[in-house]
Design a protein around this ligand. Structure first.
Ligand SMILES: NC(=O)C1=CN([C@@H]2O[C@H](COP(=O)(O)OP(=O)(O)OC[C@H]3O[C@@H](n4cnc5c(N)ncnc54)[C@H](OP(=O)(O)O)[C@@H]3O)[C@@H](O)[C@H]2O)C=CC1
Ligand SMILES: Nc1nc(=O)c2c([nH]1)NC[C@@H]1CN(c3ccc(C(=O)N[C@@H](CCC(=O)O)C(=O)O)cc3)C=[N+]21
Length: 292
């Protein structure tokens, strides 16, 4: 007995629509600015998942007309070498966005590197200035994944005003900025993490549940309030019963789809929006920088 109640939130479709709009914007701006927008993605080492994401980002850039200035460095690259690369990209007029793909090898200090990116080129929204702007509710470059989630909720006309929102996970990349954006939209927020007691009790009153952990099956139907909106940011690679490799989120999709009102799939939900918001941030930076 499979009764699906949940409407699926189609991140892939919205991502394609926004990418077409970005492409049109670039076509319009480029003759005035005299160059295409530019994005530099820095990747260190050979983490296969990171390599796949970076390829996806570069493919999306090519599709909308953003020039890639990506660089791939060997694992043993030093902190100083990377700092010099970032300093050069900060000065490079053709580059509107700089992203350091995380995680970095252990000998590198990611925080120090992120602080060195020109905040106006910080298309990942991870520089303290842009995070501070988010805390203050001021305009600024926003973290791509939570920004993409907000855009999805807006597209599906899901109202946040006064709603109980629970965010599971508190990373600087996803959980924390996610909670701040929901707060900015007047939701009442709760943030859960590893030390939280009784996740079930925290989640059970959530009208909006956003999970960004990376643990398959963490969220089951019994935990979810009937009629809730469930957004699954988690991505894990698992081998299924047939020996096939596939991507899954934190949500037990087959059970939760019977209780939630809206649900994002993995893949095809939040992931494509993350990439699209990176392109969006790059175009925002492009038009803002060229007005100076
Ligand atoms: N779809 C997309 O576009 C993106 C997906 N991701 C995916 O999202 C997931 C999270 O990424 P990221 O935030 O970078 O990961 P991190 O590992 O940095 O953070 C994971 C968070 O989950 C919390 N956590 C771990 N176990 C539990 C638990 N049992 N109960 C409650 N909370 C728990 C941790 O708590 P604590 O802080 O206490 O340790 C931490 O805050 C990953 O699967 C990642 O691959 C990431 C970026 C983009
Ligand atoms: N500085 C930094 N910024 C990031 O934004 C960042 C990062 N580092 N490190 C790793 C995580 C992960 N991440 C994803 C991007 C796209 C998909 C995505 O497009 N996923 C597709 C599936 C892609 C596939 O099939 O492999 C989907 O969910 O449909 C997923 C995850 C960005 N991250």
């Amino acid at each position: 007995m499979e009764t699906q109640i949940a409407k699926l939130i189609d991140g892939k479709a919205l991502a394609e629509k926004i990418q077409q709009e970005l492409s049109a914007t670039i076509t319009e701006l480029q003759p005035q600015i005299g160059r295409p927008p530019g994005l530099a993605v820095l990747m260190v080492g050979d983490n296969p998942a990171s390599a796949a994401y970076v390829r996806g980002k570069e493919r999306a850039c090519a599709k909308v007309g953003i020039a890639s200035f990506g660089k791939h460095f060997p694992t043993e690259t030093t902190q100083t070498e990377l700092e010099e690369v970032i300093a050069a990209l900060n000065q490079d007029e053709r580059v509107d966005g700089i992203l350091v793909q995380l995680p970095l090898p252990d000998h590198l200090d990611a925080v120090t590197l992120l602080h060195q990116i020109d905040p106006d080129k910080d298309v990942d929204g991870l520089h303290p200035i842009n995070l501070g702007r988010l805390v203050r509710g001021e305009p600024g470059l926003r973290s791509c994944t939570p920004f993409g989630v907000m855009r999805l909720l807006q597209e599906y006309e899901i109202s946040l005003e006064g709603k109980q929102a629970v965010v599971v996970g508190r990373s600087i990349l996803v959980g924390k900025p996610m909670a701040l954006m929901l707060l900015e939209a007047n939701a009442t927020i709760t943030i859960a993490h590893k030390s939280s007691h009784s996740l079930e009790n925290i989640i059970k009153n959530a009208d909006i549940l956003i999970t960004a952990v990376g643990r398959p099956g963490l969220i089951t139907a019994e935990m979810v309030k009937p009629g809730a909106v469930v957004v699954d940011v988690g991505i894990s690679r698992v081998t299924d019963a047939n020996g096939n490799n596939r991507l899954v989120g934190d949500v037990d999709f087959d059970s939760v789809k019977r209780v939630a009102e809206f649900l994002t799939p993995v893949p095809g939900g939040v992931g494509p929006m993350t990439v699209t918001m990176l392109l969006q941030n790059t175009v925002t930076s492009y038009s803002q920088r060229s007005k100076i």
